[in-house]
Design a protein around this ligand. Sequence first.
Ligand code: ZN
Length: 334
Amino acid sequence: MAYKLPKALVTTVVGSYPKMPEALDAIRRRKKGEITEEELHELVKPAIRKVVADYLEAGVDIISDGEQSREDMVAYFAERLGGYEPGDWVRVFDNVYFRKPIAVSKLSYKGPMAVMDWEYTVSISMGHPVKAIITGPYTMVDWSFDLAYGDRREFILDMARVLRRELEEFVKRGARYVQVDEPAFSTRPYPEEAELLKEALTILFKGLDAKRIVHICFGRIELVLEHLLDMPVDQFDFEFKNSGFKLLPYLKEYSYDKELGYGVIDVHSLRVESVDEIKKDIERLLKLDIIPPEKIYIDPDCGLKRLPREIAKKKLANMVEAARQVRRELGYED
Ligand SMILES: [Zn+2]
């Protein structure tokens, strides 16, 4: 049974959700070598069921698997690609650490990495579309050590070739929305880096029959916005709430004309935004009159993984209600 998406202001999530205890336990056991990869994906199913239940109760239109199997967005894929070895712990910020993997030889694709959890999510999504989400080549390389390529551009482009195989697997199984997360890109908002990202995305997305989404967060996107506009991407998803919507005037200045994932929920704050507050934030974008509501997707700034589950769920419920009310006020039927 197909779920009918609203005609405008479709609600969605960026991807990650608070980890359920079942998922944490399964990841831990997988790392110790106590269970196989197949068992890992079997054991995270109850966790995914809880994530999907929260999304559906909150009323989110396009959902995700909550990235329950992924302890870390880079290491998860690095551990499943040929050419990598596990590396050392590196501090990202505050007390957030991750294990920076090491590429020791040319990369190779060994088979589906994130497809199993996505397929399971589809089977319990009550017809809601499920985004297929992977970490992008730019970020994979930025957060890896390179002992194999000795050339950053080559490493990124080869990563794009390998990750493309995963996207092909998704599309083959019916994925209509594919999203690539590139948070590392915002740390180097320069035109030459945008050119490199564009090359990588061209390899990744060329001829792929699905909506192509790129999520970038927390950085000075305005410095490269005009370069993003001619990338082979259908939708960019940006954080707006946490940065005080400072990107808005630039969308107008550069005549932004793609679909927009509009982040209206602060994922670093425990405060639950009220429905009225979110409505006002959605109206800020509508008032600019640059992107038609049909091309606007309402979502949180980034993944929700660092929030307590109850708060994440409340934030989503208010977000959905706000989108619903604005949609009604604009005259769209639900
Ligand atoms: Zn993000």
